[in-house]
Design a protein. Sequence first.
Length: 99
Amino acid sequence: MRWPETDGEAVYPVCSHDETYKITTRRKFKCKNWHHQFSVASSTIFASRKMDFVDLLAAMCLTVNASKGMSMVQLSRDIDCQYKTTFVLAHKLREAIAR
């Protein structure tokens, strides 16, 4: 889903070089051209995340499926994290939807 133009093969976002190594122990990739490591979340709104993807996906589902919107205080209770974290996450989601 991340790189549909290459049928799921990793592409380094800086140089668009599609020849990469897969680092299985760290769930990362390494560009053969630049020798830099990158992950699936590189160059996305979740690039500098500290939350697990499961928690991010749960927060997205709860936020999107709420018919009248959702309070970030309620979301912070539901996914068991701080209010500030959910506030920043909500802004990242709104930015992604606006694009």
